[in-house]
Design a protein around this ligand. Structure first.
Ligand SMILES: [Zn+2]
Length: 168
């Protein structure tokens, strides 16, 4: 179901929400307005020796497909700190952000609800650490730039970000 169907009750008074159009939900009781926003995510392109690193997703959604390493930005977290934290958690490496490649919307189907996301893709240079997959990453592999888009990549926005990077 979409996120407007999923958010049924007002967090202030538990009254029923009405979908007022676009991204606005309004409580039928206390008139509280909730504007549905995308969740912010950040992913890293790490290129070494002409190849780009992808991780195999350990969990749903899109379990078993390839993805760029990364994850959600936490409240009050600097996105550039978030990607460093994710790279440490998923791969046990220390990375340095070089530049922003793209910022793209997507849909994240999770626990029966399709949630909107906005994903920042950044180019990252590995500074230190041996790559060791952990957390959400089951395995990792470096792919040739020429054929990486033919791999089983789960999210459309990740494919698009790679395309943007490869045609720069
Ligand atoms: Zn209410």
């Amino acid at each position: 179901m979409n996120i407007y169907q999923a958010y049924k009750y007002c967090p202030r008074c538990s009254g029923e929400f009405e979908h007022k159009g676009k991204n606005l939900l309004q409580c039928s009781q206390c008139k509280f307005k909730l504007f549905v926003m995308p969740s912010l995510a950040i992913n890293a392109i790490i290129e070494e020796n002409g190849q780009i690193l992808l991780v195999e997703r350990k969990n749903e959604p899109n379990k078993g497909t390839y993805d760029l390493p990364g994850g959600y930005i936490e409240p009050n977290e600097d996105p550039m700190d978030a990607i460093k934290r994710e790279l440490h958690e998923e791969l046990h490496i220390v990375g340095e952000v070089q530049k922003i490649i793209s910022i793209l919307p997507d849909i994240y189907p999770y626990q029966g609800i399709d949630s909107p996301t906005l994903g920042i893709c950044v180019l990252v240079k590995r500074i230190s650490g041996e790559i060791k997959p952990d957390d959400d990453a089951k395995s990792y592999k470096f792919f040739d730039k020429e054929t990486i888009l033919e791999e089983n990549i789960g999210f459309e926005s990740i494919k698009k970000a790679l395309k943007i990077y490869l045609t720069q």
